[in-house]
Design a protein around this ligand. Structure first.
Ligand code: GRF
Length: 189
């Protein structure tokens, strides 16, 4: 299975995938890592692993649709089996989603359909849930609404802050992501 990964931040999920591929625990090839955030840590991790990188920053385009189209064209160049959003923090428009329908995967730090959007951890904590978690899902044209591929639960502790809770979620997220990619790789080849 050949993957293009999109990141916006620290890239620890990306790192888990890189490590799993390297360790022979995931039968996949990362063709490239792209980002909307120039110089983000996720891009550095990719470079360090010798993976091709590219940046497509909204600031370099005159409109959002133009940026979306450029990113779509860049990702399409790789003709990958899968496009993985691993902490990619911008919403992709319907055209992008349709172009990669069925092979666009996102990871979200909450148990969807609860707490979609950019603040899944904060919102779950504010709501007072006792169990939250992580969801790996296919992307459709809604925000975090696509078909769920896998979930893992994470208990919320009495004294959790957004940071402490997110860190524990991310431990499970990295495992679940690699497991789910493995399952996809078995079905895609
Ligand atoms: C992950 O928890 C992801 O689900 C969320 O942001 C975090 C990104 O972490 N959207 P990283 O960049 O993979 O370290």
């Amino acid at each position: 299975m050949r993957i293009v990964v999109l990141v916006s931040g620290s890239g620890t999920n990306l790192q888990a995938v890189i490590d799993a591929v390297k360790a022979g625990e995931l039968d996949a090839e990362i063709l490239a890592v792209g980002s909307d955030v120039p110089g983000c840590l996720g891009l550095e991790r990719a470079e360090k692993a010798g993976i091709e990188t590219f940046t497509c920053a909204p600031a370099d385009f005159t409109s959002r649709p133009e940026w979306n189209r450029a990113l779509q064209a860049r990702v399409a160049e790789y003709a990958s089996d899968l496009v993985l959003l691993a902490g990619f923090m911008r919403i992709l428009d319907a055209e992008f989603v349709e172009a990669f329908e069925g092979r666009l995967v996102n990871t979200h730090p909450a148990l969807l359909p609860s707490f979609p959007g950019a603040h899944g951890v904060r919102d779950a904590l504010a709501h007072g849930v006792k169990i939250t978690g992580v969801t790996v899902h296919l992307v459709d044209s809604g925000v975090d609404t696509g078909p769920i591929l896998a979930q893992a639960a994470v208990p919320v502790l009495e004294d959790d802050t957004q940071e402490s809770l997110h860190e524990r979620i991310k431990v499970e997220e990295r495992k679940l992501l690699v497991q789910t990619l493995n399952a996809l790789s078995a079905s895609i080849g």
